[in-house]
Design a protein around this ligand. Structure first.
Ligand code: FE2
Length: 267
């Protein structure tokens, strides 16, 4: 089984490169399932119902989120009606939406996507580690592929989650920093891991936003509104391939055979 994960889609440049390239990538690389982080798709901050629907019709099956999931108020009413739009599972009880989605990929394999968020240098929400335990306990035994998006600021918290879930899930990928790391590997228990996938959006600014405004804020320290950057649009992804015929991991899920970083640019 081959699963593509697209890193944080930032603003209209991010949506545009996904729209232009995804169908070819899915065909050429024989992808069975596409998951993407969409929390920055609305001008860099949040996601609207219209944009969620747009991304879910481009060939993305499940959208994950993070600290910006809630930025657009209209998403609160929409979330309960679209289970394929996730938000981190470890936000406090009582919030709308879910951090876990169970589905069937186009090759017939049952999968789960779990979205978590870190707490280091971020809002101190519930413990993502214990929440991972309780959410994974809900995943039925016949689910073969278990994918985790760990949306977090620090490398250490994401690496710790990778090790914590090694042997229990098929993949743990990090998002949020918008800067791809080069540490992709398959951990000994069969879990594919990368600290950050990077973003799908303009790389001519500072983590997707216009560099002039960001530099000004570093200089004057005043509150500011940021606009999405332009130029150097890239789509940063990882491709995870599973070992379908070999032994399963300790939790009975598919083991990853390899994880590969993919970077596409607009010509
Ligand atoms: Fe984020």
């Amino acid at each position: 089984m081959r699963v593509l994960f697209i890193g944080d889609i930032v603003g209209s440049p991010g949506r545009q490169i996904v729209r232009e390239r995804l169908a070819d990538i899915v065909r050429q690389r024989q992808i069975d399932l596409v998951v993407a982080n969409g929390e920055n798709s609305a001008s860099g901050f949040g996601i609207t119902p219209r944009l969620a629907e747009e991304l879910l019709t481009m060939g993305i099956e499940v959208l994950t989120g993070g600290n910006h999931s809630w930025d657009r108020k209209e998403i609160l009413d929409f979330m309960p009606h679209e289970p394929r739009l996730l938000r981190p599972a470890n936000f406090p009880e009582g919030n709308v939406g879910s951090g876990l989605y169970l589905g069937t990929a186009r090759n017939g394999v049952k999968y789960a996507v779990l979205n978590l968020q870190g707490r280091v240098f971020m809002t101190p929400i519930d413990d993502p580690f214990r929440k991972a335990d309780s959410e994974l306990a809900k995943v039925p035994d016949d689910v073969a592929f278990v994918f985790v998006d760990m949306h977090a600021e620090t490398t250490s918290e994401k690496i710790a989650m990778g090790w914590y879930l090694d042997g229990r899930v098929t993949a743990v990928v990090g998002t949020h920093t918008h800067v791809a790391t080069a540490d992709e590997r398959v951990l000994p228990g069969g879990t594919a891991y990368i600290t950050d996938v990077g973003m799908s959006g303009p790389h001519g600014g500072v983590i997707g936003m216009d560099r002039g405004g960001i530099i000004k804020k570093f200089l004057d320290g005043l509150p500011a509104r940021f606009e999405v950057a332009s130029g150097d649009v890239e789509m940063n992804c990882v491709l995870i391939e599973t070992d379908d015929l070999g032994p399963r991991n300790a939790a009975g899920r598919l083991r990853a055979q390899f994880i590969e970083r993919l970077r596409f640019k607009i010509d």
